[in-house]
Design a binder for this molecule. Sequence first.
Ligand code: ATP
Ligand code: MG
Length: 342
Amino acid sequence: MPDHAGGAHEDADEQIRADGPDRLLADESEQRGHPQGAEDEADDPAEETDHGAADDGGPDVELIAALNRSARPEEMLRPFTRKGGGGRLAVAQVVLCVPSGITKVEREAVQEATLAAGARAVYLVEEPMAAAIGAGLPVAEPRGSMIVDIGGGTTEVAVISLGGIVSSQSIKVGGYEMDEAVAKHVQGRYGLLIGEETAEQAKLDAGSAWQLEEELECLVGGRDLQSGMLRRLELGSEELRSALDAPVQRIVTAVKDTLEGTPPELAADISDRGIVLAGGGALLRGIDLRIRSETGLDVARAESPLTCVVLGAGESLNELETLKRARPGRGRKLRGRRFQRR
Ligand SMILES: Nc1ncnc2c1ncn2[C@@H]1O[C@H](COP(=O)(O)OP(=O)(O)OP(=O)(O)O)[C@@H](O)[C@H]1O
Ligand SMILES: [Mg+2]
């Protein structure tokens, strides 16, 4: 059992920021023990003896990692290798969440890198599926559920039914683009250059996507483009809302487009049950009301938007069997592909 596994789940959001999702789920999976679907698919006996995770008699430890496009899998897995960067993985099975829009080549690159880092098996789970599971949506049932995962770099919108993604959109718009929009606004209107972190902080402090009952203000500091001196400025939530409008509107459009591409019977389910928001961007004030207003549908935030992808990725291993039952022969393909170590 690796010593990195620790931390209470109540602190899940905090941990993701502090330590990355890996630690959280390593801990989570240890408590759950061995995943069912994983062993069923271990069709290479040699692989089990060579790399079996239960060598020490303990339960398998799964590593769950949300994959950022900017980070290479081997870097993300480094804390879990036995000898710093060079050793074999201290975990046997790895779940990686990938954007639903990635290509086959990208998938294979991720898989290869993870196996090269020493994993015995790799599961790739599409982020919206993981988010939906983590948000508690009934993904295996025949009815349709819609999840909108607003992350930093991407927003993933998906309609899920019977364990599969029925229609989806992945756009490269998320929290980072919102930060950029704030920085551009401050530069264009006030001639003040602010950093990404300052822009993000302004978004967190006073950003919104819908009129607030009580409008807010925040202070930003940056460099005056003319004088070169440091200057501080007060920003109101109304002007921040207007600065954020373009990225927010692109997210809303992606939701509407996905709804339009959804088969009528599933669209009817979504009308009844509404849309669930996940990802850090779901915490933007009023984004739920904005989407509700533009789609006419009920919109709710997942209970913990920042952790639902990693929690769902962990859950997805346990649910492989359910999905196989729901769609015989298809659960593996739809939910997470397993790759053999060569
Ligand atoms: N309270 C908040 N209000 C608005 N935005 C927020 C809030 N909290 C976090 N965010 C934003 O959420 C984003 C991060 O969300 P999340 O952790 O879901 O992204 P990610 O999964 O790392 O990104 P991706 O899914 O694109 O790979 C950041 O842009 C952050 O600024
Ligand atoms: Mg994400």
